[in-house]
Design a protein around this ligand. Structure first.
Ligand code: SF4
Ligand code: SF4
Length: 263
């Protein structure tokens, strides 16, 4: 009810991105191919990495805007597979010096020897969230690829409300720019819209225009709030609605065309 179009004006938007947290997708490369991956690292695999220059600019912009980040999460894809992964922490150091309480966290699948070695070599002041995945089936994942826009009852919702993810985890910085959440950046990569903001958005920019484009495709919009794992029905298969079938088909056709041009 709260996200219906006619409810917006009296009550305002339901969710807003946290302004003191950010999720940075270092790469879309991953050594797993999980069903329902919300970065499409399995459905549309690509070695697309965040440029270190983007990270340097993020630090400069953060200082200029006086952003006191409470938490910076580094993820992806599998973040440890970024080709310059070790250099990332030195680039973030100026922020750490300004705000010693800032938490830097690496979110990893913990899968395979190479990934585990990289995690072990991390500086001691870096937090690690290791999901210790063992394979491609993640029964607690939600159906990311069931696009709300493919169901008639979403016809009357205002997608600019977003969901609780930006509110709980902050905005996203990805190889294609800034978004209200990192999931929206992953959607923009495969839809090739190129909509991300190029520089760190001002604090009053909640990027509602980008939510409007991404949330209509994102299965997470259906829940709104986080649903505890024990209350979800287990999901053992990849579920893909019509819009996403078309998006992945276009994505792979374009990729093959680009490959053919290069040869
Ligand atoms: S480990 Fe994470 S990023 Fe990699 S395919 Fe699985 S869900 Fe996606
Ligand atoms: S519905 Fe998806 S794209 Fe929209 S805010 Fe939530 S996680 Fe981000």
């Amino acid at each position: 009810m709260r996200v219906l179009k006619f409810m917006h004006h009296p009550l305002g938007y339901h969710f807003a991105p946290a302004q003191d947290q950010i999720e940075i997708d270092l790469t879309y490369l991953c050594n797993l191919r999980c069903n329902n991956c919300n970065r499409s690292s399995a459905q549309a695999p690509e070695s697309l990495h965040l440029e270190l220059e983007q990270l340097r600019q993020f630090v400069v912009d953060s200082i200029e805007q006086g952003r006191k980040w409470k938490r910076i999460r580094l993820l992806g894809g599998e973040p440890t597979l970024h080709p310059q992964f070790e250099e990332v922490f030195g680039i973030l150091d100026p922020l750490r010096s300004l705000y010693p309480d800032m938490k830097i966290e690496v979110v990893s699948n913990g899968y395979g020897e190479k990934v585990r070695r990289k995690l072990q070599a991390l500086p001691k002041n870096i937090w690690v969230e290791n999901s210790s995945k063992q394979g491609n089936i993640q029964p607690h994942f939600g159906p990311f690829n069931l696009a709300p826009q493919d169901t008639w009852w979403h016809r009357w919702v205002d997608y600019r409300h977003g969901c609780s993810i930006p509110q709980e985890c902050g905005m996203g910085l990805t190889p294609t720019g800034y978004y209200p959440c990192a999931v929206a950046g992953g959607i923009d990569r495969v839809t090739r819209q190129g909509n991300g903001r190029e520089r760190l958005p001002a604090k009053d920019d909640n990027m509602r225009d980008l939510m409007n484009r991404a949330c209509r495709l994102c299965g997470r919009f259906r829940d709104g709030y986080f649903v505890p794992y024990n209350l979800r029905p287990p999901l053992d298969e990849q579920l893909t609605s019509q819009s996403w079938q078309k998006i992945y088909l276009n994505w792979s056709e374009l990729k093959n065309k680009n490959l053919a041009t290069k040869e």
